[in-house]
Each structure stands twice: as C-alpha cells, then as structure tokens.
Design a protein around this ligand. Structure first.
Ligand code: HEM
Length: 507
C-alpha cells in the first residue's frame, strides 16, 4: 500500500493539504450533526417532533403563537420542550417565584452567557453576581435620578421636533411608502446614544441611507438568538470553532459592532477631556469614572444600545400596527389630547401634560400586552427546584417565562384577551392602573426589573402623540398578518410599510 507523502515545501501541496483538512473537518461536522439528529429525537413526543421538523409552522405564523397555543392547553400554563430541555411558563405564580422569591436559584447561568457572550460580553444583560450588581447600581443611579428625567425628555422632544416630524412631513408630499419600523429604529438609536453616551449619531438625518452598523447589529442579535434555538449548543460551537456558515456571519457582524462601540468610547474620551466634568451627566461618563477597561466599557455600550434601540422601536412599530387596525383607538387618543392640549394647539406636550394622558398610556401598555418587545426571557436553574404549580425543574434546566403567551391568556385577561382594548387599563375614574408585574412581566419584575421602563414609556407616548396629532397613517399592505423575524426583540418581518398624509385639522 502506498503512503500519502505530503511535500510541504510546494505551494500546491499546501493547497491540497488545506483542502484535505477541510474535507475531514467537514465530514466530522456532518457526522456530529447526523448523530445529534439521531440522538435528540430520543424524545419522540408530538411536541418535540413538531419542533424539530418545524411542522408547527403549517398552523401558526410564529413560534411564539404555537407556544401560546400549547401553554393555553396546559392546565398549569406550563409546558416542557424536551429536546431543548426548556420549561416554558405563563403562570404568574411561577414567574414571581423565579424572578423574585427564589431569584438566586434562577440566574442567567452559563449557557445563556455563552450563547450571548460574543455579542454582549460582560454587559448587564449577560451577567449575574457582582458584575450585575455593580452595573445595576451605576445604571440605576443614572436612570433613577429626577434630573435625568428632564434631560431625557428634552432629548426626545428635540429629536421629534427637529428630525422625526420634518422627515415624515417630507414623505407626505412625495406620497412614498415608508417603513415605520426602520424610522423608529433610527429614532431610538439616536435617542439612546444621545441619552446614554452623550453622542449624536444622527441616524434620522442621514437621508435614510442604509446603515452598515444597523444591519450588523440586527444580524448579530438575530444570529445570537438563533443559537438558543438549536437542540444542542454543540452545533453552533462547532460551527464557531471552524468559522462556518451563520457563525462566520455572526463573527463578522460582531466585528463591526465592536468597531462602532470602540469609536463611541474613543469619541467620548476625547470629548470628556475638552468639557467640564459637571456637564457630563450621561451614563457612559458615569461608568468611565469607575471603569478603565475598554473591553468592559464596550460591553456596557453594546448592552445599552440593545436595551434602548430595539425595544422602544419595537413597541412603537407594534403600536402603529395596532392603531391602523383599530382606528377607534386612534380617535380616542386624539380626543384625549385635544382635551389636555387644546384642539388647536401645535405645541408639543409638556412632561406634566403627558402624565395626564391616561388613555394614551393605556394604549401603550395594551400594545405591549399583545406584542411585547421581549417575547420571552430565560434563566437556568442552579439547583433542583419545584415551581409553585408543582413542575419539577432539575439543575441546568432552562426555565422561560413568556410575556407574549401571558398577554394572550384568558385566565389572566378574561375572555376578550385577544382584543386590543386599552380601556382594560383604566379605572372607573379614567385613571391608568398598572397590572401586577408577575402577570404582566413585559419589563421583567423583581430585582432585575427593567431600568429603562419610565424612559421607554415616556418616549413611546411622546412619539405616538406627536405623530397621531399631525399625521394619518394607512397600512400600505392592509390585512397583512404580523410575522416576526427571529431575534432578541420583536421585529416585524418586512417592516411596517405605511402611507402617511398630513391631517387636515386646522392647528
Ligand atoms: C419598551 C421598552 C422596553 C422593554 C419592553 C424592556 C424590557 C426589559 C426586560 C424584559 C428586561 C429583562 C431582561 C433580562 O432578563 O435580561 C429589561 C432589562 C433592562 N432594561 Fe429594559 N426594556 C425596555 C426599554 C429599556 C430602555 C429604554 C432602557 C435604557 C435606557 C432599558 C434598560 C434596561 C436595563 C439596564 C436592564 C437590565 C436590568 C438588570 O438586569 O438588572 N430598557 N428590560
């Protein structure tokens, strides 16, 4: 038998050797994939088969709709997807137990850290323990202060007045179809950068040309989220090790995200040298006073970009989607604003006036009930535990609470759970009444409750009001169902195309 002798001195041999190695690795990879397919379906239950073969997709437009269906048929409102080792619950008692009562036993955990680690690093969304406590404390000092409220309100008002309204007004004359999801993402990105980092990327001003960064950020969040959907982490870890397929795309997208985050830090450093310290009251400046490590600062920047951009854009997109289907809600918001602001006023609402608009607030909460920006949120059990509904969860199990399913449960919201009805949030005197956070965990609940909740609600109300008072919106593709793109936050596949016209009301 002849031995294959490779002469490394020749270029051709190196090429042949590379090809040979690639073939071996690729074959190995295929075998592992094949074995995974063979071993995982050890659970042959209907649900696991439907998950693995995606047959649910013939009956439901989205995975979250299928989960909602399964959960609503479960007597405990809890299901288990065996092949994912994922217990998914819409039971408020379970939610309270995992995010508050037994908080320490339900951390983000190692699997979550490794799924999102490449994108989020040690940012607040991806850490437990000391790292989390430190960032939480710093961020709550900033986001919880009273002075920050007016700082944020001024930024939002100026972004609406000087960029958003002129941009849309321009589209009314051209009659063009506009993707409102794209507009809201640009708007939210400008806002969060101005607010968190004291820098203005001017995304809404850039004549709406495509932003490489935005595309890279979207791709990075989508592909990171997809990792969590593979039956075994081995699949994406092997792909990552050999820089193949979606993992190659992810690593390139993250490189671009890193470049932008590093640029944010660099610009911030050079500006802070030029400005007096008392004028630097943004979140990044606060962190920079206590953190030297640029890698850690990068992780903090990326987490806040994710927190502020995608979530707020998501609620605004969902709001306009629902308003166009329910014009009577839009009408009621207008009459409430006429009462508070005066029907002929073209002045923007003040902070105090905004607080008086209970129906508007109810409409935003109702939007997030049916279309929450974060559809589900997972933790990993530290030691064996039993949830209040009697479900046993062993160490290492992924436990997910599901705000999307919870918002649709008749057991929580009554027989009209599927109706968009902002009135359900109002007391008999018309005053907005918040829901129990464990029944409505749209902003999480307990010690890790969202720190940007007030800011997000105020931003959404301000934008919704300013646009509704000035323009009318018509769906460019009426009757289209909401289909979501996979990702960390709710994103409409195909965006939200609308036609905009200036209202003919004299003000
Ligand atoms: C409608 C908009 C928003 C929604 C629905 C929302 C929802 C959430 C949810 C579900 C979590 C928990 C995530 C987790 O388990 O890691 C969270 C955490 C957080 N949110 Fe928000 N968020 C919104 C807007 C914002 C904004 C605008 C900011 C910041 C300016 C922000 C800052 C944060 C931070 C810092 C955390 C981490 C809290 C912690 O881990 O202790 N959020 N948010």
């Amino acid at each position: 038998m002849e031995l294959l002798v490779v002469d490394f001195s020749s270029y051709g041999a190196v090429v042949a050797y590379s090809f040979y190695s690639f073939t071996v690795f690729f074959s190995l990879f295929s075998i592992i994939l094949y074995l995974l397919r063979l071993t995982k379906p050890l659970c042959n239950c209907d649900t696991c088969r439907a998950y693995l073969h995606s047959t649910w997709a013939s009956d439901f437009p989205n995975l979250c709709d299928w989960y909602t269906h399964l959960i609503s048929n479960s007597p405990t409102a809890t299901i288990h997807i065996h092949v994912l080792n994922n217990t998914i619950t819409a039971n408020p008692d379970n939610v309270e137990y995992m995010v508050k009562t037994n908080f320490d036993n339900f951390p983000k955990g190692k699997p979550f850290r490794s799924i999102l680690g490449d994108l989020l690093g040690d940012g607040i969304f991806n850490v437990d323990g000391e790292g989390w406590r430190f960032q939480r404390k710093m961020a709550s000092l900033e986001l919880g202060s009273v002075s920050i409220r007016s700082f944020a309100f001024d930024i939002i008002a100026s972004e609406i007045r000087t960029r958003l309204l002129p941009l849309l007004a321009d589209k009314t004359t051209s009659g063009a179809v506009m993707d409102m999801q794209d507009v809201f993402r640009r708007f939210s990105f400008d806002n969060i950068c101005r607010f968190s980092f004291g820098l203005d990327p001017g995304c809404l001003e850039m004549s709406l040309s495509d932003s490489n960064f935005a595309a890279a950020f979207d791709l990075a969040t989508r592909l990171s989220a997809q990792r969590a959907m593979t039956p075994s982490p081995l699949v994406w870890k092997i792909k990552r090790a050999f820089n193949l397929g979606s993992e190659k795309d992810l690593s390139e997208a993250i490189k671009l995200v890193n470049t932008v985050a590093e640029e944010v830090i660099k610009q911030k450093r050079s500006r802070s040298r030029a400005l007096p310290p008392d004028t630097q009251n943004d979140l990044l400046s606060r962190f920079m006073h206590s953190v030297d490590d640029d890698r850690y600062l990068r992780d903090i920047v990326v987490s806040f970009m994710l927190a502020g951009r995608d979530t707020v854009a998501s609620v605004l997109t969902a709001f306009f989607h629902l308003i166009m289907i329910n014009p009577h809600v839009e009408k009621r918001i207008r009459s409430e604003s006429d009462r508070v602001l005066g029907s002929s006023s073209s002045e923007p609402a003040t902070f105090e006036q905004m607080r008086e608009m209970h129906y508007l607030q109810a409409s935003i909460y109702e939007t997030m009930r049916l279309l929450p920006p974060v559809q589900f949120d997972s933790k990993f059990v530290l030691t064996d535990d039993v949830l209040p509904d009697g479900t046993f969860v062993s160490k290492g199990t992924r436990v997910t609470y599901h705000p999307y399913a919870m918002g649709r449960m008749e057991s929580i919201w009554g027989p009209d759970a599927m109706r968009f009805r902002p009135e359900r949030w109002l007391q008999s005197d018309g005053v907005f009444k918040p829901a129990n956070p464990f029944k409505y965990p749209v902003f999480h609940a307990g010690p890790r409750i969202c720190l940007g909740k007030e800011l997000a609600v105020m931003t959404s109300k301000s934008v919704a009001l300013a646009l509704i008072r000035r323009f009318s919106f018509r769906a460019a593709e009426p009757g289209k169902r909401a289909v979501f793109a996979p990702g960390l936050t709710t994103t409409f596949r195909g965006g939200l195309p609308v036609r905009i016209s200036e209202r003919t009301v004299p003000w």
